[in-house]
Design a protein around this ligand. Sequence first.
Ligand code: FPP
Length: 247
Amino acid sequence: MTYKEQIIKERLPRHIAVIMDGNGRWAKARGQERFMGHSQGVVAVDKVTMAASSLGVEYLTLYAFSTENWNRPKAEVDLLMDLISETIKKYIDKASKNNVRILVIGDLARLTDKARSNLSEAMRLTEQNDGLKLVIALSYSSRWEIINAVKAIAEKAKVGELDPSQIDEQLFSNYLTTANIPDPDLMIRTSGEYRISNFLMWQLSYSELYFTDTLWPDFDEEELCKAIVDYQRRERRFGKTSEQMSK
Ligand code: FPP
């Protein structure tokens, strides 16, 4: 039986977040330039997006470029940024045909005007789609996001629009780039690395974590289904006991 056939439709994770890792190693193993790994990574992005959409997953968040990735050699940064923003622009039609809404989170102020306008267009033109929400994390890091939220909350407190005693988890979540997006149920990281790497650290508090040795360019629908099946075999307790959960 395939993993796809083993999925329990009624217990799909609502939100899957992915750290797409291993593009460079995939290319190196083939004696190719790193960039070939990234462009094959785009093919995997398409496969996984279409699979998540047809399964009925509500949110798919992909870590496409971290704040730390700005420290890579300039040539790779420029190529990656172009690849990501052009891919998203070209994807608008396919997204719309499949009722996929594109959202982007991250420090977009650091992007070029061209990249920013491609992304704004993708968000605007897919705004009405109410199927899968494809959230691209770009120039994103959790620490950046949390510091930003703290600054915004402190400003409000300073001008007297908010009393510090009002700050709770819900209010804080509303200041994050993921306000209105439910926390991920499942986080997948490819390529045999076992780290969170500054990705959705607040939001992943209760997520199930799934790690696979598969390199991102080789990740496909069946790999996604395998992760979902693994998730469905686990018991999520949110700090409670098993007995409490079965009531
Ligand atoms: C990690 O592999 C991957 C990235 C830094 C880039 C991910 C980007 C894509 C897959 C491009 C397409 C994305 C969208 C949303 C259109 P790595 O370079 O760190 O690989 P390595 O660890 O093997 O060196």
